[in-house]
Design a protein around this ligand. Structure first.
Ligand code: SF4
Length: 606
């Protein structure tokens, strides 16, 4: 009995995805064979090549000469021919203006892409900020070329922008999964799968953790259903969040998958393999959704909480680290599960995980020590939603006691227990930055968000962190419903304050299906909301105070200006480059990064 666990585009291709490693570790410990395959990193390696870009460019030019789109399957015509015609018009406009404006850059990008990828993967080149930022811009331009035949859908290193003419209703996703003219992943996976012998697998798992993976993940699943005999299983945080909707769609179980694995997968994956090996009944597999022989969708009992110290170490043995767009190996580790606060009104990060719990300090440090030795790396990303200060302090002291040389980062809450002393010990243990949830400056807005931190302390914590040598990456939530312009400006003022904020990650407020706020919308002056597509995890909402469009407009205007104002700085703003930031901080330290001013002029593409 052999299982393949896969992760899919789009995800930032710097380090392996943890979920597949954890499940592979569980299966192997239970005596089953398990392989892992990162289709995301394969994808970026395959498309960031001169040949692929040349082919994309030729396809875009050919389209511009005959700018028409007809449904590949005649049965789709009634529903989609009008949309195909609109997309064709839009595509033609984008391609024509891109070709006219970028003639000189296109050939330079294609000839320089190999070198740019090498910069990202090679220590001697990567740690030169001038080369790094230039390489990142070349990759960005290359991905614009790769996207041209599929615009207005677009692949970026940090996102997949799905076709805006399509909704997140299953019917539209299904159409895109069958339509090679709209979805670059159809021809990509059709070709890619030819390179693999999948006949030895009885089960293939596909992990979907973000909206950006829905179209690619469903495309892969559909092709695997067609070309392999394996049972197909969807898992991952995103699948948990849309499980209710998926259960209502029989076609999902006919054309895309056999099972949904709901929530934490450590127990379910082993029980599912036991079922497929004839060792238990399907009803005895916890947290599973499947179609029975009559086609009825069934759901089994939820997995009992795990003893986290009993989870086996993640297994990354199958990963080819040379393929990652990074000169160092950064290992993701989960020290616990869930969020110990779990009450922020807007948040759905922790949903799908069992009730908050932590590994014991000794077990957590054992795991880090083992992984550091096994993969010969000091770099770690603790992927937890937040780690309590008391635990973190004890963890850091244990790292120091054992003399383990590592560098790490994680999310953290601005709790007053992160004292100067605790932060100093964390720095000594190898912490180089924390991703603090600052959210908003306004006390009123913070209260509405129910962030649950004592606001008197948060700037002191950030100053103390800076004092011990830590870098402060702060996440901000702009446009919380009812936030006034003055309140928004106060937050923006904080984002610009580089004595406390070194990197900012500003997000728009979104009304998530699984967030607490959904049941208390009146508190945030939301009048009503409606689905944004069956498989989308946020709602469209209405507010008389500030609309979704205004929030987006304000945020875009702020972000554009911020990027211009900080264009010569290192890492002023990021959503996905935290691993790079860790490497740079480990090599150069906070002061160097803070004072460095780039001579290279970043290309600010808006
Ligand atoms: S935003 Fe962070 S602290 Fe708040 S509930 Fe979500 S994970 Fe927990």
């Amino acid at each position: 009995m052999k299982t393949l666990l896969t992760s899919v585009p789009q995800w930032f291709p710097i380090s392996p995805y943890l979920a597949c490693g954890i499940l592979a570790g569980q299966l192997k410990a239970a005596g089953y064979q398990a392989d892992t395959l990162d289709f995301n990193v394969e994808f970026f390696n395959d498309i960031l090549k001169p040949d692929y870009l040349q082919t994309s460019l030729a396809a875009a030019k050919a389209f511009a000469e005959n700018p028409l789109l007809h449904c590949s399957d005649k049965r789709d015509e009634e529903k989609y021919s009008r949309k195909m015609s609109d997309i064709a018009g839009e595509r033609n406009k984008i391609i024509s203006s891109y070709l006219a404006e970028n003639e000189a850059n296109i050939s330079a990008t294609i000839s320089e892409i190999d070198g740019a990828v090498q910069v990202l993967k090679t220590r001697e080149l990567f740690y030169d900020p001038e080369q790094l930022y230039r390489a990142k811009d070349i990759v960005k331009s290359a991905l614009r070329i790769a996207s041209l035949p599929y615009v207005p859908a677009r692949i970026q290193i940090d996102n997949y922008i799905a076709n805006p003419y399509m909704t997140y209703d299953f019917a539209d996703i299904d159409f895109q999964c069958r339509e090679p003219q709209l979805n670059m992943f159809v021809p990509y996976f059709e070709e890619k799968l030819k390179a693999y012998d999948l006949s030895s697998y009885q089960l293939i798992g596909i992990s979907i953790t973000d909206l950006s993976q829905i179209v690619p993940g469903f495309t892969l699943a559909r092709l695997l259903k067609k070309y392999s005999n394996a049972k197909i299983c969807f898992g991952g945080n995103y699948v948990y969040k849309i499980a209710k909707e998926l259960k209502q769609i029989p076609k999902v179980f006919e054309d895309y998958c056999d099972y949904l694995l709901i929530g934490d997968g450590e127990t379910t994956i082993v029980e599912l393999v036991e079922y497929l090996s004839g060792k238990r009944e399907i009803a005895q597999v916890h947290s599973l959704v499947y179609a029975d022989t009559k086609g009825d969708i069934m759901a089994t009992q939820t997995t009992p909480p795990l003893n986290l110290d009993k989870i086996y170490y993640p297994d990354f043995e199958m990963y080819d680290f040379e393929k990652y767009f990074s000169p160092e190996i950064v290992i993701p580790v989960q020290l616990g599960k869930g969020c110990y606060w779990g009450k922020c009104t807007f948040c759905d990060f922790y949903t799908g995980q069992q009730k908050f719990d932590l590994k014991s300090v000794v077990r957590a440090v054992d795991e880090v020590e083992y992984l550091s030795r096994k993969y010969q790396t000091p770099f770690f990303n603790f992927v937890d939603e937040c780690i309590p200060p008391k635990f973190y302090h004890a963890f850091a002291k244990e790292i120091i006691k054992r003399g383990i040389k590592i560098y790490f980062y994680s999310f953290a809450r601005l709790e007053k227990q992160f004292t100067h002393e605790v932060l100093k010990v964390l720095y000594q243990a190898g912490a180089r930055f924390f991703m603090w949830g600052y959210e908003a400056e306004s006390e009123r807005v913070m209260k509405l968000m129910n962030k649950g931190i004592d606001l008197k302390y948060r700037k002191k914590i950030l100053r103390d962190a800076a004092d011990v040598g830590l870098w402060n990456l702060c996440t901000f939530l702009l446009g919380y419903p009812s936030e006034t312009q003055e309140e928004l400006q106060a937050t923006i003022h904080t984002i610009y304050d580089d004595t406390i904020v070194n990197t900012s990650t500003p997000s728009n407020f979104a009304l998530k299906k699984n967030a607490i706020l959904k049941d208390h919308i009146e508190e945030a002056e939301i009048t009503d909301f409606e689905p944004n597509g069956e498989l989308h995890i946020s709602y469209k909402y209405h507010s008389d105070v500030n609309t979704m469009e205004e929030i987006k407009k304000n945020r875009n205007a702020f972000e554009k200006q911020f990027l211009i104002d900080t264009a010569d700085r290192l890492f002023p703003h990021t959503f996905t480059e935290s691993d790079y930031l860790l490497m740079y901080l480990a090599k150069y330290g906070r002061d160097y990064l803070k004072s460095y001013r780039l001579k290279y002029k970043k290309e600010l593409l808006f």
